[in-house]
Design a protein around this ligand. Sequence first.
Ligand SMILES: C[S@@+](CC[C@H](N)C(=O)[O-])C[C@H]1O[C@@H](n2cnc3c(N)ncnc32)[C@H](O)[C@@H]1O
Length: 234
Amino acid sequence: MKWQLKRLNLALKRQLDNRTYKSSRRERRGRHDFFNTAFKALSFNGIDGDYAEFGSHGALTFSQAFHEAKRHKHTAQLWAFDSFQGLPAAAMEKDEHPKWVASEMATPLNEFHKLCQLRGIDKNRYHVVPGFFNESLPPLADTGEPRNICLAYIDCDLYTSTLDVLAFLQPRLKHGMIIAFDDYYCWSENQLSGERLAMLEVFSTDERWHLLPYTNIGWHGASFIVEDKSLLAT
Ligand SMILES: C[S@@+](CC[C@H](N)C(=O)[O-])C[C@H]1O[C@@H](n2cnc3c(N)ncnc32)[C@H](O)[C@@H]1O
């Protein structure tokens, strides 16, 4: 019976995996290394708070974050923010990239929960906020949830999506947290990386927070430590 259940789960996992974005083994390793480093550093340095992921699709990075947080005995709750309908259409030229296609990478919410279960994520350790960011994030301004974020993982590809996320994160920034951009080095022939552009626009004029370059994530991503500028002043 146990064996049959295992086979059923494997078949279901394969079926769901086939519908989610294909990343290479090396890319998975790059992300895994990042979560290992990040949660090691957060635990070692006593930075508490939750893991907030913007773009959760196939629960791959979500499960890596869960297992690395657990391994490093970090008590983070996990938050998945996603439309669960795939990428929105480009709203402007800054959103354009040959690989960002509207409606691609759609994982219906029930499948996302199944993937979380199959990937061993504790049900009581995570929360899901479905909807396009421009609609799902502003209502949370009232509740303030999640109140304390130690690691924000931005994997929503587009410039406008990243701007929505950074506006949401702005009042939640704190010294010592990490912000990661999965597509920081995904530029195109005539555009900068949308995630990088949004980050530069928001932080170049920020008087309070400095982003210290931290680790790369494979060939495609980069992460930063948020530093309180007042601590840098001599
Ligand atoms: C590359 S996938 C994320 C992959 C995921 N981290 C994983 O490991 O499977 C990008 C995700 O961002 C979501 N997304 C992009 N822009 C969004 C927006 N404005 N609102 C909500 N979700 C968005 C898409 O639905 C898609 O699931």
